[in-house]
Ligand binder design. Structure first.
Ligand SMILES: CC(=O)[C@@H](O)[C@H](O)COP(=O)(O)O
Ligand SMILES: NCC(=O)COP(=O)(O)O
Length: 237
C-alpha cells in the first residue's frame, strides 16, 4: 500500500496571514495523523513564507508517523535537517524566488554535490529522496549519487491527466520501471489530487509514498464548508 504523507505548508500559509496561531499547525498535524495520514511533510523555504524553521523543530516533537522535510540543500537547510533528524529528507532544486517547486534535479550535472549531501544525511541516519522528472537518464543518475529513494515530480502528470490520462502516465511508468530495476524506492508528489491520485497509484509499480498538500487542503475546504456554515447557522438561531 502507498503511504499518504500530508504536506502542511498551506496550513502555515493561512496561520501566517494573521500573525497568530490559527490554525494551529501542530494540532492540524496531530489531527491528520489521527485521521489516518501516515506521514507529515513540510517544505520550509528560505524566506519562511509558510513553514518556519522553528515549525520543523516543533513538529519533530509532535509527529508520531513519518516526518519528511523537503527543500533545497543550502547550508542552513542542511543544518536544520541534521538538527531535527526527520525520518526522511527530500532534496528539491528550487530557486529562492520560486513560487513553488518547478523542476527535478539534473542528477548528472549535480552528481558531485548530490553525492556529498546525500552521504551527509545518510551518515546521520536520515533516509534520502531526491525530486526528479520522469526521465530515465535522471533516474540512472539518482542511483549513482546514492539516494535511497526518488520523488517523481508529478506536475506534468496532473496537467496532462485532464487531456489524456493514458498518455500522461506513460513517462512515469517508464521512470518507475527504471527505478525498480535499479533498486530505488519511489515516492511522488506535486499537484496530486482526489481526481488524479487513484489512476497514478494503480499504474505505478511499487509506489511507496505520495506527499500531497495544495489540493488536499483545498479539497478539505470544499468538503468541509457545508458542515461549518451549518454549525454557524445553528449558533445564530
Ligand atoms: C516538492 C514539492 O512538489 C512540494 O513540496 C511543493 O513544492 C510544495 O511547496 P509549496 O507549498 O511551497 O508550493
Ligand atoms: N512533495 C510534494 C508535496 O509535498 C506536496 O505538493 P503539492 O500537493 O502541494 O503540490
Amino acid at each position: 500500500m502507498t503511504k499518504l504523507s500530508v504536506n502542511v505548508n498551506k496550513i502555515a500559509t493561512l496561520r501566517n496571514a494573521r500573525g497568530g496561531n490559527v490554525p494551529n499547525l501542530l494540532k492540524v498535524a496531530t489531527d491528520l495523523e489521527s485521521f489516518g495520514a501516515q506521514g507529515i511533510t513540510i517544505h520550509p523555504r528560505p524566506d519562511e513564507r509558510h513553514i518556519r524553521y522553528q515549525d520543523a523543530r516543533d513538529l519533530k516533537k509532535t509527529v508520531q508517523t513519518e516526518f519528511n522535510i523537503e527543500g533545497n540543500p543550502i547550508s542552513k537547510f542542511i543544518d536544520l535537517v541534521l538538527e531535527v533528524k526527520p525520518e526522511q529528507v527530500t532534496l528539491v532544486p528550487d530557486s529562492v524566488d520560486a513560487i513553488t517547486s518547478n523542476a527535478g534535479w539534473d542528477t548528472i550535472k549535480h552528481k558531485d554535490f548530490l553525492t556529498d549531501v546525500i552521504k551527509t544525511f545518510k551518515s546521520a541516519g536520515i533516509r534520502t529522496s531526491i525530486f526528479v522528472d520522469p526521465d530515465t537518464k535522471m533516474i540512472e543518475g539518482a542511483q549513482v549519487v546514492g539516494t535511497d529513494r526518488i520523488e517523481l515530480y508529478t506536475e506534468s502528470y496532473a496537467v496532462d491527466y485532464e487531456k489524456n490520462k493514458e498518455k500522461a502516465i506513460l513517462p512515469f511508468v517508464e521512470a518507475a520501471k527504471k527505478a525498480n530495476e535499479l533498486g530505488l524506492g519511489i515516492n511522488a508528489g506535486h499537484d496530486l489530487s482526489l481526481d488524479n491520485i487513484e489512476y497514478f497509484a494503480k499504474n505505478i509499480p511499487n509506489l511507496l509514498e505520495v506527499s500531497i498538500g495544495h489540493a488536499l487542503i483545498s479539497e478539505a475546504l470544499y468538503l468541509g464548508l457545508d458542515n461549518v456554515v451549518n454549525m454557524y447557522l445553528q449558533r445564530l438561531k
